[in-house]
Ligand binder design. Structure first.
Ligand code: PLP
Length: 423
């Protein structure tokens, strides 16, 4: 049934669910309940992923270790806290297509973005510009503008925002490459999202990186909406750095510890300036408590603080599930779920427009739906009925069918409820 043309009707959704090889993973997550006591139709994994049922046991384990061992838990807990963050390294590396030494789980996304720019945004008189997607997530806009002004420069002259052509919602890939070639000699840093938060457009990391490097630029990515959503090959595609959060598709919990990738070519770039903290210091001599900072090689050399064990614990629960399910099978289901959602929107919601690119390779799980009138109120009514997506001003409703826990029936019921409210 993987290639059967889609049909409307709930029986068809049920038939797709019956053949879904990943259907059992839904049972591994707590599905929020609507006011009527029924399970929500939760399509908001692009904002906050659901809680794995094993998350509380993972946190509880560390609370018990703390109660029983106090400070000795750093060395004698079942999973000692001193190297605890490394329990996530291998699975994280697999998920983003990196070598283990290229990734570290630390801090939060915006902090990691600043740490990366402190090292990799090195403007000169000739090469000082940062390229971002127009309408990048506000935190990224604030971060890049503040980095530019921190270097005594003016965002009006040093920031380039990629905007769609008139009448279009997404930036064309060829326009990005053309801009990099045209402006290349003045660009210090290209910083794009893996998937844009508002439109759901997925960017071509490999070719943007190639074009940037050909022009001597540093290339970084914000993968908040890409990690755990689409397969990534960061080592092979070669960006200099990437950052992401773990609370969206990675289901690590609200405000969970974030991820950071630094390409192996920079593993021993100790001459790069960096904002240092003791957890980035060479492990062998960290506890000699010397006054001078000697960074570890690899991404771990950018760590600042000792890791928050209670925040890392639930992420372990989720990463175990990812390791079992595998990102490629998840993507295969995601492609089908999203195509089905698009099909139903076209059939059942004729007044709405999907602004996310139609080509599967140019999007992940999220669809951004432009609603002609009264969108905000409609969104509130949907949520009141237990259909959870989110609203982004001025006119967009975002939904994502997440292959780990969403079913085809969720997608059908979403379209059905939406159509009823619209009419
Ligand atoms: C694309 C993007 N970048 C940055 C952020 C900010 O993340 P944080 O608050 O974890 O720093 C978000 C948050 O949703 C985001 O979606």
């Amino acid at each position: 049934m993987t290639d059967t043309p889609f049909q409307t009707g709930e029986e068809f959704a049920a038939a797709l669910d019956a053949r879904d090889p990943l259907a059992q993973y839904r049972e591994r997550f707590w599905m929020p309940k609507a006011k009527n006591g029924e399970e929500c139709i939760y399509l908001c994994g692009h904002s906050l992923g659901l809680q794995p049922k094993t998350a509380s046991a993972c946190i509880d384990q560390e609370l018990k270790e703390w109660a029983a061992l106090g400070v000795e838990g750093h060395f004698h807990a079942r999973d000692p806290w001193m190297p605890y963050h490394r329990l996530l390294t291998r699975q994280t590396a697999v998920l983003v297509g990196a070598e283990p030494a290229e990734v570290v789980v630390m801090n939060s996304l915006s902090v990691n973005l600043h740490l990366m720019m402190a090292s990799f945004y090195r403007p000169t008189t000739q090469r000082h510009k940062i390229v971002v997607e127009g309408g990048a997530f506000p935190s990224d806009q604030y971060a890049v503008k503040s980095q530019i002004t921190f270097h005594g420069l003016d965002p009006a002259a040093s920031l380039i925002e990629l905007t769609p052509r008139d009448g279009e919602s997404c930036v064309r890939d060829e326009d990005i490459l053309e801009l990099i070639d045209r402006e290349g000699s003045s660009i210090a840093l290209i910083l794009l999202g893996g998937v844009n938060y508002a439109t759901g457009q997925r960017f071509d990391i490999e070719n943007v990186t190639k074009a940037g490097h050909k022009n001597g630029c540093i290339v970084g990515f914000d993968l908040a909406h890409a990690a755990g959503n689409v397969p990534l090959q960061l080592h092979g595609w070669g960006p200099d750095f990437a950052v992401w959060c773990s609370y969206k598709y990675l289901n690590g919990g609200p405000g969970c510890v974030a991820g950071c990738f630094v390409h192996a070519r920079h593993a021993r770039a100790f001459q790069l300036p960096r904002f240092a903290g003791w957890w980035g210091h060479d492990e062998g001599s960290r506890f000699q408590m010397g006054p001078d900072f000697h960074p570890m090689s690899g991404a771990e050399g950018w760590q600042l603080s000792n890791p928050p064990i209670l925040a890392l614990a639930p992420l372990r629960a989720s990463m175990e599930i990812f390791a079992e399910a595998g990102i490629e099978p998840l993507r295969a289901k995601s492609l089908r779920l999203t195509a089905y959602m698009e099909f139903l929107i076209k059939k059942m919601l004729p007044n709405c427009t999907v602004i996310t690119p139609p080509e599967p390779v140019r999007r992940g799980a999220q669809l951004s739906i432009r609603i002609p009138r009264g969108g905000r109120a409609l969104c509130d009514r949907l949520i009141a009925e237990g259909v959870i997506g989110d609203w982004r001003e001025p006119d967009t409703f975002r939904v994502a069918a997440v292959p780990l826990y969403n079913s085809y029936r969720d997608v059908y019921r979403f379209a059905q409820t939406f159509a009823r409210l619209l009419s």
